[in-house]
Structures are given as structure tokens and as C-alpha cells.
Design a binder for this molecule. Structure first.
Ligand code: COS
Length: 383
């Protein structure tokens, strides 16, 4: 495993760091305040090839590796965490399963425009009563002739109001013994009759990314839009989330970095007892703990991305560790950043409180920290 970046990885780091500095950091507070989807920024991400980072060029992507994707996710999220999750969903939860499970015709029709940024996608797995227990799907897809009719609702779906296409999971076989094998995945055009957006959540953080419910009311989907085979849906979802966890871990890392860098800068400016607070060991030790955990998060993320690139079967366990660790680290680091900013850190005049709010979701979406512990402990006990 390499600890230095390849020329290409260095290039994407430089490019995304510059983009974050010039285009994201100056507007991130405003995006958060208004709670507005950053349409123009997402368009620019598409033009920069950041919406399909590791998709081959023939399918509209940037043809890079997963490590490059993790690097880009860290930098973009360092600039704006809302932009980070929009990018992560399109790359990890939409392009990735299409790359892996779609047939040639589906790749040409859907993956190309999604990876090139012409279209945006969302991943519709979660339901009001099927979150961590993802098998408990209630949405159904009933086949008649060449069409499936989808009925049900999904919630907390990132990108739903803006998405052109959704990967939708639904029960195609209700036989109890089938359980996870009764679920199938479909590619659904969000303009199809019967698809509507329900409640848009008013969230604690990540306010520039929309999280909404989607209602499917007798939505007709042609059999050519079934992903892989009937009954493969749960496996597709689980395999997709294995990779998605790299994206969210990198998002959490980006948030941690923002909080750490800003707290370090502030500690050098802020004077108490006649000297900068950075000269006090209490502050130095906080910064040391924050920086160490940030570095450890990055190592786990890079390792899991590297293993995914190598198609190593252990990557799912390491990506669960990366997400668990990076998400909990972002909670720790953003909390310590507020401590260093003191009373000012608790106000909206400084970005520390935004990072604290943005970090919180990384322990919840795409598998809670408890789910990551389940996945990891199962591997420990199995091996
Ligand atoms: N990759 C591919 N297939 C997988 C897999 C993976 N990572 N993990 C499980 N599967 C397969 C299993 O092989 C099994 O297949 P068979 O029925 O053919 O044997 C099937 O999926 C069911 O697996 P399992 O019995 O392990 O399912 P569980 O109900 O025990 O899984 C957890 C429990 C909690 C681990 C799982 O439901 C999960 O990860 N839930 C979290 C979902 C989530 O992250 N939701 C967040 C919202 S999505 S943005």
C-alpha cells in the first residue's frame, strides 16, 4: 500500500482543494443559512468530472480510482459538507451500482449522463419503517406483462427533489421465506407518472442537500429498467453501501479538517492572559488529539478505498471501520473546535457550530455507527 499519492491523485487533490478554497468555503455559510441546493456548484462539479470520479471514460466518468474519489470527497467536504454529500450520493450510491450491476444498455442510457453530471441521481432504499432494518421494505413492485407497477414510499432520500433518476428498492416476492431475496432494484426516471416528492425535511445540518420522501403511486417501470435480476435488490443495496461508507467517511473527514484548521488558526489569534491561547497546553493537547484522529481517519479511508480498487473482499469491513471512526471523530473534533472557539464557537458568527451540526449526520446516514459495529464484529467473529 502506498502512502504517497500518485501523480493523478495529487492532481485531483490540488484541483479539488483549489475549488473548495475559491468556490466553496466563501459560500458554505450562506448555503447553510438559506438551506438552498447549490445548483450552480453541482453543475461545476459535473464539469470537473467529480460526479463520476471512478467511472470509466466510456461511461462518462473521469476514469480515476477510488482513492482519488476519497481524496476529492475530503476536499470538497472540507469546503462545504452539503456539497460533499450530494457528490457522494451520485458517485457511490448511484453510479457505483450502475457500474457494477447494470447491463450495457442501461449503462449507456443512465450511467453516462449521471457520471458526466448531465443528470443527478438518488438512492431510494430507506422507508419510514425500514431504516437499519433494510429488509423490512414495504414498497412493492408487481409485474404484469412487460411492466412492474411500483407502490409505496421512501423517506430521508438525499437529492430526491433534484434527482433525474432514482435507484429504487421494492419487494417483488412477498413469500416470507424469501426475505432479502424478495427485494429487487429498479432504475426509475423521476418524471414518470405517479412519482412525487413528499415532505422535505428541515434538518439540523447539511442544509444545502435536500432530504425528502418520495411517493410511488402506481408507477409503471419497464422490465428493461430492472437492475440485475429479480431478487438481487438487497445484495445490490448492501454492496453499494459498503462503498458508500467510503464517501461518507471522507465527508466526515473533510468536516473534521475544516473544524481543526479553523480552530488552530483561531487559537493563534485569540489572546487571553496576554498571550495567544495556542500557547496554552490545554489548547495544544486538544489540537493534538484532534489532529491525530483526523490522520487516523484518513488512513482507514485510504486503506478501504485502496482495497476497493483492488477488489479485495475485506474492503467492506474496512470501509465500515473507516465510516465508524471518521464519523465519530468528526463528532469529537467539531465539539473540541467549539471548545477552542469558546463562547464565539457557540454563535453563528463563526463556522464551528455549522461543522458541529454537519458532522452529526455522518454517524447516522448510510448505516448508523451501530450498524458499522455490527458489520465489523460479524467479520471479527467470522474470521
Ligand atoms: N454485500 C453483498 N451482499 C450482502 C452484504 C454485502 N455487504 N451483506 C449482506 N449481504 C447479503 C447476504 O449474503 C445475504 O444473502 P443471502 O440471503 O443470499 O444469504 C443477505 O444479504 C442478507 O444478509 P444478512 O442475513 O447479513 O442480513 P441482515 O438482515 O442480518 O443484515 C444489517 C443486517 C443490519 C447488517 C443490514 O440490514 C444493514 O447493513 N442495514 C443497514 C442499512 C443501512 O445502512 N441503511 C441506511 C440507509 S441507506 S442510505
Amino acid at each position: 500500500m502506498r502512502f504517497t499519492l500518485s501523480e493523478e491523485q495529487q492532481m485531483i487533490q490540488d484541483m479539488t482543494r483549489k475549488f473548495a478554497k475559491e468556490k466553496l468555503i466563501p459560500v458554505a455559510a450562506e448555503i447553510d443559512k438559506k438551506g438552498e441546493f447549490p445548483t450552480e456548484i453541482i453543475k461545476e462539479l459535473g464539469e470537473l468530472g467529480l460526479l463520476g470520479v471512478y467511472v470509466p471514460a466510456e461511461y462518462g466518468g473521469s476514469d480515476m480510482d477510488v482513492v482519488s474519489y476519497a481524496i476529492a470527497m475530503e476536499e470538497i467536504s472540507r469546503g462545504c459538507a452539503s456539497t460533499g454529500v450530494i457528490m457522494s450520493v451520485n458517485n457511490s450510491l448511484v453510479c457505483d451500482p450502475l457500474l457494477k450491476f447494470a447491463n450495457e444498455e442501461q449503462k449507456n442510457k443512465y450511467l453516462k449522463p449521471l457520471a458526466s453530471g448531465e443528470k443527478l441521481g438518488c438512492f431510494a432504499l430507506t422507508e419510514p419503517n425500514a431504516g437499519t432494518d433494510a429488509i423490512a421494505q414495504k414498497t412493492t413492485a408487481v409485474k404484469e406483462g412487460e411492466y412492474y407497477t411500483i407502490n409505496g414510499s421512501k423517506n430521508f432520500i438525499t437529492n430526491a427533489p433534484q434527482a433525474d433518476y432514482a435507484i429504487v428498492f421494492a419487494v417483488t416476492d412477498k413469500t416470507p421465506v424469501k426475505k432479502s431475496r424478495g427485494i429487487s432494484a429498479f432504475i426509475v426516471d423521476m418524471k414518470t407518472e405517479g412519482v412525487s416528492i413528499g415532505k422535505i425535511e428541515n434538518k439540523l445540518g447539511i442544509k444545502g442537500a435536500s432530504s425528502a420522501s418520495i411517493i410511488f403511486d402506481d408507477v409503471k417501470v419497464h422490465e428493461s429498467d430492472l437492475l440485475a435480476q429479480e431478487g438481487m435488490g438487497f445484495k445490490i443495496a448492501m454492496a453499494t453501501l459498503d462503498g458508500g461508507r467510503i464517501g461518507i467517511a471522507a465527508q466526515a473527514l473533510g468536516i473534521s479538517r475544516a473544524a481543526l484548521e479553523e480552530a488552530a488558526d483561531y487559537s493563534k489569534e485569540r489572546k487571553q492572559f496576554g498571550q495567544s491561547i495556542a500557547s496554552f497546553q490545554a489548547i495544544q493537547f486538544m489540537l493534538a488529539d484532534m489532529a491525530t484522529r483526523v490522520e487516523a481517519s484518513r488512513l482507514l479511508i485510504r486503506e478501504s478505498a485502496y482495497l476497493k480498487d483492488q477488489k479485495d473482499p475485506h474492503f467492506g469491513t474496512i470501509s465500515a471501520m473507516a465510516k465508524l471512526y471518521a464519523a465519530e471523530t468528526s463528532g469529537f473534533v467539531t465539539s473540541k473546535a467549539i471548545q477552542i472557539f469558546g463562547g464565539y464557537g457557540y454563535t453563528k458568527d463563526y463556522p464551528a457550530e455549522r461543522h458541529f451540526r454537519d458532522a452529526r449526520i455522518t454517524e447516522i446516514y448510510e448505516g448508523t455507527s451501530e450498524v458499522q459495529r455490527m458489520v465489523i464484529s460479524r467479520a471479527v467473529l467470522r474470521d
